[in-house]
Write a protein that binds this ligand. Structure first.
Ligand SMILES: O=C(O)c1ccccc1NCC(=O)[C@H](O)[C@H](O)COP(=O)(O)O
Length: 267
């Protein structure tokens, strides 16, 4: 019988998957592939540019399914979705490569090769091997979830990612995790509004944590943003950068839905 949160379950599964990958693809091979990649596209810089240009930096997520919502988008073509998001004015893409979200590593390459936007590999990193693997797949940024890692693991994996020139999005859910995140070097601090214990989103999380984020860090408001009024509320709390998946993925016309969200947030 499984205990703990969904995060515990996903991370336990990921540890097994990484052990298998290590036996199939030795680290030396990944190191070579990571070295052969073109340089990262500059994820944080792309967000900054969009914030300067239109006031909002959107990380638009390519997400087929999720543990909380089940199947979100039955018709799913990462390249097409990436182009739709790019046309609508997203700054960056997030691509879920985790099987709990019906994501695959191939989705990342398909989305990234379709556009010029930087891409975060959205997965559950539990081992430094996955940082090298992410770069070998072409990722421009990786996610480190504070709740899933020790301080030493966070610092080590952040160093490896920064060494490749990738950006790192450090994700927190509460004050204690934020305190730990601020010991790291990365400027991008993701505040995830999704409570993984009860699987509900609460925008009050960003409202609570935003004032605790120093001016030299950039808040990324993650999860549960459904409408222009949600974005307006989060802007009032101090957010300019957003990670949005489900509310865009469930619309048949993703480009139009993204344009409406971005335009409505300004008005
Ligand atoms: O989305 C889930 O159900 C979920 C469950 C367990 C761990 C993580 C989960 N989501 C990951 C994310 O951070 C979101 O995909 C991302 O912030 C976008 O959120 P949303 O706009 O609510 O799809």
């Amino acid at each position: 019988m499984s205990t703990g949160t969904i995060l515990d379950r996903i991370c336990d599964d990921k540890r097994k998957e990484v052990a298998l990958h290590k036996s199939q693809r030795p680290i030396q091979e990944l190191l070579r592939r990571a070295k052969d990649q073109a340089p990262p596209r500059g994820f944080a810089a792309a967000l900054d540019r969009k914030v300067a240009e239109i006031g909002i930096g959107l990380i638009a997520e390519i997400k087929k399914a999720s543990p909380s919502a089940g199947l979100i988008r039955p018709t799913f073509e990462p390249g097409q979705l990436a182009r739709a998001y790019a046309r609508a004015g997203a700054a960056c893409l997030s691509v879920l490569t985790n099987k709990f979200f019906q994501g695959t590593d191939a989705h990342l390459g398909e989305a990234r090769s379709a556009v010029e936007l930087p891409v975060i590999r959205k997965d559950f990193v539990v081992d430094p091997y996955q940082i090298v693997e992410s770069r070998a797949l072409g990722a421009d940024c990786v996610l480190l979830i504070v709740a899933a890692l020790s301080d030493d693991e966070l610092a080590n994996m952040e160093d490896i990612a920064l060494g490749y020139g990738m950006d790192v999005l450090v994700e927190v859910h509460d004050e204690a995790e934020l305190e730990r995140a601020l010991k790291l070097k990365s400027p991008l601090i993701g505040v995830n509004n999704r409570n993984l214990k009860i699987m509900k989103t609460d925008l009050g999380t960003t409202e609570r944590l935003a004032p605790l984020i120093p001016a030299d860090r950039q808040l990324v408001c993650e999860s549960g943003i459904d409408s222009p009024s949600d974005i307006k509320r989060m802007i009032a709390a101090g957010a300019k950068r957003f990670l949005i998946g489900e509310s865009l993925m469930k619309r048949p016309d993703v480009e139009m839905a993204t344009k409406i969200l971005l335009a409505g947030a300004k008005g």
